[in-house]
Design a protein around this ligand. Structure first.
Ligand SMILES: Cc1ncc(COP(=O)(O)O)c(C=O)c1O
Length: 391
């Protein structure tokens, strides 16, 4: 299939991994030759319950037997989407109770930026250096990587950048600022956690100048960091929280949640301030609802912190300089880029899925399903250290 894959399916890099997938179950992906791979990546933090979780699959099948797409987002009352937004509201602090469902993380980011501009009547957006919020034009505009943006200029204007964790930069947030958007934990940058009560200070500064504080929880959210939402670890509360990836249980989704008062700006004066055909799709919403119920009703969230400790214990090696991140959102930093790539590629040959981070070439991504067992963690970590031993 490889030549057809390269010919017919648009590519993101000249050298995709091109593994031919047969099926996936629990913590394992199987290729068409019957080889199994222990998954330490979980679809890039998207498959919290692992692969083909029975509760998600059952929810999808039940919905398939009822109906698929019937109408654009927002017009009809469809139980899966309604129940999902209600459950999100139940788990979010007031006044975060109104959720707009879309199809991907980047689309949710776009919606959140529009909402902040519409709500404040201001245009300036402040984002962090080394942030990643997605790849559509608006989300791309938030990035400060000039060489990645250059081919697509001009992007949306009035974007400024601050250094993540730099308190001295907070004065750049002023009464001209519509929104400050940050990842709760910087992902592509190398799983950089906020320090020194940083997010709380950003929140206070936003409150003081009337700017909207948006937190991108697309990667840390839905249980990966020992809390349902990453921001619950850091003594802060955003005005808009953006989720995606792990919310969908393996299906494509994005969501942004705000107060009802704020969200109402998108539906009136002018109406149709944000529209989508497939957002809130009943099959996707049924999967997301089953996924969210299982994650919140089980012990999976607190267990992520125990599993983090297990990974830290078993990944000690002279070539691993540091392990960054929290819970099951971890990055093992090696001495150099070449070593990291060798480990990732050799691990795949030996049946373990690892991956890179976007902007930190020394990082090995370790974001397994929340359902991964202790035995599987130890097995994967031993494989990594045995590869490092031989390099
Ligand atoms: C923090 C963060 N924001 C936004 C996105 C974009 O999400 P999507 O790829 O679903 O558009 C990602 C995806 O990697 C992400 O990690």
């Amino acid at each position: 299939m490889k030549s057809e894959f390269l010919k017919y399916q648009a590519q993101t890099t000249p050298h995709p991994l091109a593994m031919e997938i047969s099926h996936a179950k629990g913590s394992y992906i199987y290729d068409t030759k019957g080889k199994s791979y222990l998954d330490f990546v979980a679809g890039v933090s998207a498959c919290g319950l692992g692969h083909s979780h029975p509760k998600v699959v059952t929810a999808v099948k039940e919905q398939l037997d009822k109906y698929l797409h019937v109408m654009v987002y927002g017009e009809y009352i469809q139980k899966p989407a309604l129940e999902l937004t209600k459950l999100l509201a139940k788990h979010l602090p007031a006044p975060l109770e109104s959720t707009y469902l879309v199809n991907s993380g980047t689309e949710a980011i776009e919606g959140s930026l529009k909402l902040a501009r519409r709500f404040t009547g201001r245009s300036e957006i402040i984002a962090a250096k080394n942030a990643y919020h997605g790849n559509t034009l608006g989300s791309l505009s938030l990035m400060d990587y000039e060489e990645r943006k250059q081919p697509f200029l001009p992007l949306i204007p009035d974007i400024k950048h601050i250094e993540f964790n730099a308190i001295s930069d907070l004065e750049k947030i002023t009464d001209k600022t519509a929104a400050v958007i940050l990842e709760t934990i910087q992902g592509g940058a190398g799983f950089i956690e906020p320090t020194d009560n940083y997010l709380n200070k950003v929140q206070q500064r936003c409150n003081a100048v009337g700017a909207v504080f948006i937190l991108d929880e697309i990667q840390p959210g839905i249980g990966r960091t020992g809390k349902l939402f990453g921001f619950e670890n850091y003594n802060c509360q955003p005005n808009i929280v953006v989720t995606g990836k792990g919310l969908g249980g393996g299906l494509p989704i994005g969501a942004f949640t705000a107060s009802k008062q704020m969200m109402d700006c998108l539906s009136d004066n002018p109406k149709l301030g944000h529209i989508t055909t497939f957002g809130g799709n009943p099959v996707v919403a049924a999967a997301a609802l089953a996924n969210l119920k299982e994650i919140t009703e089980s012990q999976l969230i607190p267990e992520t912190l125990e599993k983090e400790q297990l990974i830290r214990k078993h990944l000690q090696h002279k070539h691993i300089k540091e392990i960054r991140g929290r819970g099951l959102m971890l990055a093992a930093i090696t001495e150099n880029e070449a070593l990291t790539s060798k480990v990732i590629l050799q691990a795949q040959d030996q049946g373990l899925i690892l991956f890179w981070l976007l902007f930190e070439p020394k990082a090995i991504r370790i974001t397994p399903p929340l359902t991964i067992s202790n035995e599987e963690i130890i097995e994967g970590c031993h494989l990594i250290t045995s590869i490092l031993d031989k390099i």
